[in-house]
Write a protein that binds this ligand. Structure first.
Ligand SMILES: NC(=O)CC[C@H](N)C(=O)O
Length: 253
């Protein structure tokens, strides 16, 4: 059976492996550079990107991760993983942190604020729904989440999040709630794709909705490495049976 690597230094790697299992796929934990040679796709989970970067540095993983991305192998970063894959990150701790890069975008590390400003929201996901079926929306779990501030022309935006006009981020001054029509709704980008790289600011691995995992597995198949047609057939069958179930929260099973 084809396997998907999951960077397992810190964060929600077990939850990704469980989501892959629900689709009939095996996720293998990756902790050392040489382990990247035996896999053809990788998920970088959410967690805390500064800590994860320190651990990656300790294990000398950055050169191997960059090479993996440059070889065009499919890589999906969720939350802290998205930060890893960004070419540029702002809002970093003093001294910054090393990035793998590859996604031509700038992310803000804690765009939505601190841990207590974590939230869940229904996101419109037209591309995901057209590829995977199911509802037009996806329940986004945002945990001290980043957001994408800017993207290059080659980057496809798969989801954005409308920030209510009366919610002002990064302002210490009191802000008056204005007439709805006076302040246009601002949208921030929360899911992107560039070639074989996928990035989501939220945590699909913490939901029962496996469509983002299934979408990534199709990217893996399209590269023509890794999954066999038989394996993908299994994963499609699994995801269509999932579609019949209602996506309840809390949903990690
Ligand atoms: N849930 C997450 O992965 C949070 C990421 C966090 N904002 C960071 O800087 O690492």
């Amino acid at each position: 059976m084809a396997v998907v690597g999951v960077l397992a230094l810190q964060g929600s790697f077990n939850e990704h492996i469980a989501a892959l299992r629900r689709l009939g796929m095996k996720g293998v934990e990756i902790r050392k550079p040489e382990q990247l040679q035996s896999i053809s796709s990788l998920i970088i989970p959410g967690g805390e990107s500064t800590t994860m970067a320190k651990l990656a540095e300790f294990h000398n993983l950055f050169p191997a991760l960059r090479e993996f991305v440059q070889m065009g192998k499919p890589v999906w970063g969720t939350c802290a993983g998205l930060i890893f894959l960004a070419n540029k990150a702002v809002g970093q701790k003093d001294g910054g942190q090393e990035l793998v890069g590859g996604l031509n975008c700038t992310v803000h590390r804690n765009y939505f604020g601190s841990q207590i400003q974590s939230f869940e929201a229904e996101l419109l996901v037209p591309e995901l729904a057209s590829q995977e079926g199911g509802p037009e929306t996806f329940r986004g779990v945002f945990i001290r989440a980043p957001a994408v501030l800017e993207v290059g022309p080659e980057v496809e935006v798969l989801a954005d999040y409308p920030i209510p006009s009366n919610k002002v981020l990064y302002s210490s001054s009191a802000v008056e709630i204005q007439e709805e029509s006076a302040v246009p709704e601002k949208k921030v980008i929360v899911a992107i794709k560039q070639g074989n790289l996928l990035g989501t600011a939220f945590h699909p691995e913490l939901t029962a909705d496996t469509r983002w995992h299934s979408y990534f597995l199709k990217m893996v198949r399209d590269v023509g490495e890794g999954t066999s047609n038989a394996t993908v057939a299994v994963s499609e069958a699994a995801s269509s049976s999932d579609r019949q179930t209602k996506y309840d929260l809390p949903i990690f099973r």
